[in-house]
Design a protein around this ligand. Structure first.
Ligand SMILES: CC(C)(COP(=O)(O)OP(=O)(O)OC[C@H]1O[C@@H](n2cnc3c(N)ncnc32)[C@H](O)[C@@H]1OP(=O)(O)O)[C@@H](O)C(=O)NCCC(=O)NCCS
Length: 169
């Protein structure tokens, strides 16, 4: 098992991997064109010639990046691929000197092993502005927010905040 940066031809496999989780809401929907456009955000896990897992790092700015779309084929789970993908994404965040990495998840135990801790959603306003605002589950979110590093003290996105929280930034 090894990980590497994704290339455009991997977009089909990445889309297939993420597609499996659309219905359950475990991963945010990503269209094929969206994956192509953002393929440089992705890393993939390979076993032999097969792509068996993927994950992405979305950069908001020097204060924040987000781990997204991390998944491993069911038949290759519990063999260390998820951990390898996460470490590769964290290494990428460090390379960009990002001071905080965040994510939203239903499986905090997996990410706690890599040093993530739970925070309030309101503590990551950029994520609220980018995704939560338009999410049908805005007021019934079943995911927890987690961060690793220094919590951001400002946001750079400036779309209207949902009435959900009063942000102090
Ligand atoms: C989460 C996921 C990527 C983990 O991949 P994986 O290859 O099975 O993970 P690893 O084998 O590297 O596991 C690393 C450690 O995390 C633990 N772990 C794996 N899946 C876990 C889970 N769902 N909950 C809690 N701990 C988990 C493993 O037991 C292992 O622990 P160890 O270090 O004590 O041995 C994979 O289960 C998956 O694709 N899930 C569906 C999509 C998903 O939920 N993605 C996260 C969205 S935020």
């Amino acid at each position: 098992m090894r990980t590497r940066k994704a290339l455009l031809p991997d977009a089909i496999d990445i889309h297939r991997l993420i597609l499996q989780h659309f219905a359950s809401g475990t991963l945010l929907p990503r269209t094929f064109p969206e994956i192509c456009e953002n393929v440089r955000d992705f890393v993939v896990a390979e076993e032999g010639d097969s792509v068996v897992g993927c994950g992405a790092l979305h950069l908001y700015g020097p204060h924040l990046a987000e781990v997204r779309s991390i998944t491993v084929c069911p038949e290759y789970r519990k063999r260390g691929a998820g951990r390898l993908l996460l470490h590769k994404l964290l290494k990428e965040a460090a390379r960009h000197q990002v001071s905080c990495v965040c994510l939203f998840t239903r499986i905090p135990e997996f990410f706690a092993r890599a040093g993530f801790s739970m925070v309030r959603r309101e503590d990551i306003p950029d994520k609220l502005y980018k995704d939560c605002c338009v999410c049908p589950k805005l007021h019934c979110c079943d995911e927890v927010a987690m961060v690793r590093g220094q919590l951001p003290r400002f946001a750079i996105l400036s779309q209207p905040a949902p009435a959900l929280v009063k942000l102090e930034i």
